[in-house]
Design a protein around this ligand. Structure first.
Ligand code: ADP
Ligand code: MG
Length: 356
């Protein structure tokens, strides 16, 4: 064979291989992840797709959306600061008992949702818990048990019925002087959902947001299967009590182990029953599963405050909502439809009757 005859096929073969490698490489699914400290917690966003630049831009817009919601809802900036003026929560609190305040569309949605679930739970969930939260001091460095008298007087300022919303004017008004919004039970979930919708609008179809243990996933994972999410053991650090599968949905946990202090062996934590003024009683950890992360956030706090049986019963009656919880008697309970979808190791130290 003459030499010229072999050169052409070899060159052709090499160039085809190069083209194939390039196509393969450029279409390969990449992960881009980025962490930020926002809303008092570490937020992590992971996205998947083929175009690195596009992934980066999508995450940046998602974060700016989260940041915007955080600024609107944060009730803690000092008066006189730019952060204070940017915050609808601060302005509403400042005008309590004085005048209604025009708020951002998203703030209005948050407040409307909060009010609705206050009514539905007969006050177990209530974003006007601000005066109680201040008394207990969970936001600050020195949480402590308040005097019964101070709890009693704070209780007179806690009631979502006195949060007056006007849809036409898009205003919010706290009817009594001294009332105070604390959106800690809903803002993070709402911001997470906004971020997911922003990623979707940027063309992302696979993503995971972990906002301090509040999980929201978009689509399926990289392997095309459901995401496996661990539920933290409320009494053992870095241990998981159960694993659940998630797809296009969220799982939000409220627990008595994030923010708490102990006096005489009794645990006092940051989820308050707005009707008694004291930390809510009978659960260690509550995880709500539902598509919308804002709803999951609201419901996890709400279910935490309810007695466990009542919480499971209420979850059964809500469409598209599942619930997993562990009671203070170390008993695992969950909605019926989680059976078979939730994985609790057989050597668990908790009581799990529903396994059977
Ligand atoms: P996380 O600390 O993970 O955000 P939650 O979503 O359960 O947990 O929210 C707890 C926060 O919600 C508290 O720090 C407080 O700001 C607020 N909060 C406490 N009790 C209630 C309640 N009964 N209803 C509404 N909000 C509450
Ligand atoms: Mg919550």
């Amino acid at each position: 064979m003459r030499r010229g005859n072999i050169v052409l096929p070899v060159v052709l073969f090499l160039s085809l291989t190069l083209i194939a490698a390039y196509v393969f490489y450029s279409n390969r699914t990449r992960e881009y992840s980025s962490d930020r400290f926002l809303m008092d917690t570490l937020i992590s966003i992971k996205v998947y797709g083929s175009d690195s630049e596009a992934l980066k831009e999508a995450v940046a817009s998602a974060y700016s959306e989260m940041h915007r919601i955080a600024s609107l809802t944060d009730a803690f900036p000092k008066i006189g600061t730019p952060e204070y003026r940017e915050s609808d929560a601060c302005r509403i609190n400042q005008q309590a008992g004085v005048a209604p305040v025009v708020v951002d569309k998203d703030t209005f949605k948050i407040l409307k949702m909060a009010k609705h679930y206050s009514e539905l739970s007969e006050g177990a969930f209530d974003v006007t818990v601000g005066p109680l939260m201040d008394l207990w001091g969970f936001g600050g460095k020195n949480p402590h048990i308040p005097s019964p008298e101070s709890i009693k007087s704070a209780l007179s300022l806690v009631n979502s019925r006195d949060l007056i919303l006007n849809e036409q004017e898009r205003t919010a008004f706290l009817a009594k002087r001294g009332m105070k919004l604390d959106l800690g039970a809903i803002a993070k979930g709402y911001a997470t959902e906004k971020a997911i919708q922003s990623l979707k609008a940027s063309g992302i179809s696979k993503a995971l947001i972990d906002a301090g243990g509040n999980i929201r996933v978009l689509g399926r994972n990289l392997h095309g299967t459901q995401w496996r999410i661990g539920i933290k053991d409320p009494r053992k650090q870095n241990a998981v009590v159960a694993i659940l599968q998630l797809e296009d949905s969220s799982a939000v946990t409220s627990g008595d182990y994030y923010r708490f202090f102990e006096v005489d062996g009794k645990r006092y934590h940051h989820i308050i029953d707005p009707r008694s003024g004291y930390p809510a009683g009978e659960n260690m950890t509550v995880t709500t599963l539902t598509a919308d992360a804002a709803l999951a956030d609201v419901l996890s706090t709400l279910f935490f405050v309810l007695p466990p049986e009542k919480a499971v019963q209420m979850a059964e009656n809500l469409d598209g909502v599942d619930l997993f919880l562990i009671t203070d008697k170390r008993r695992i309970m969950h909605t019926q439809s989680l059976k078979g979808k939730i994985d609790v190791p057989s050597e668990t130290s908790y009581r799990y009757d529903q396994r059977r």
